[in-house]
Design a protein around this ligand. Sequence first.
Ligand code: GLN
Length: 198
Amino acid sequence: MEIIGVLGLQGAVSEHVKQIKALGLEAVVIKKPEQLEQIDGLILPGGESTTMRKLIDRYDFFDPLKEFYKAGKVIFGTCAGMVLVAKELAGSEESHLGIIDISVKRNAFGRQIASFEVDLDITGLEDPFKAVFIRAPYIESAGQNVEVLAKYDGKIVAAREGNVLTCAFHPELTADTRFLQLFVEMVEEQKQKEGKVS
Ligand code: GLN
């Protein structure tokens, strides 16, 4: 059975844990870098990316997270998590983990419509998905190896490159587990690959 970790430094942690459990999988709240060894895939939750980055540095998570990625493990960044995984941030902001070839704009939908819900068509899902956006970022541009999974209002809001999945909305805030399921399938594929190698 797959064991999914949720980075538990700040943000919407318990909501992800609930969804992982709803899929019948084991969820671990990751508060120490050494816990990364226990898990098959990691979710970087929504919250506040600047705060999360400070905590990543304070608790010595930066290099272990990079190592986790380099080891081929699967990472899913939602909302603030999208800001953390992006290779580039719009404006003069410095990027963080830089593990997916996208340029991300923070709080990109403007103040008036800071939070909203839309029915989104997503590659890989048969029916529209109710996506909850909260002061969400979007992807301004994506490299050629990035697969765009969803757009809202012409802006890219979900994408995948290799073992990194990201979305600008909060899939954990509804009862619909289909987007999480896409991530779990990536984790399963990776585990199978590892099985073949050893
Ligand atoms: N605006 C936040 C940030 O840039 C993200 C908001 C969210 O995760 N809901 O970190």
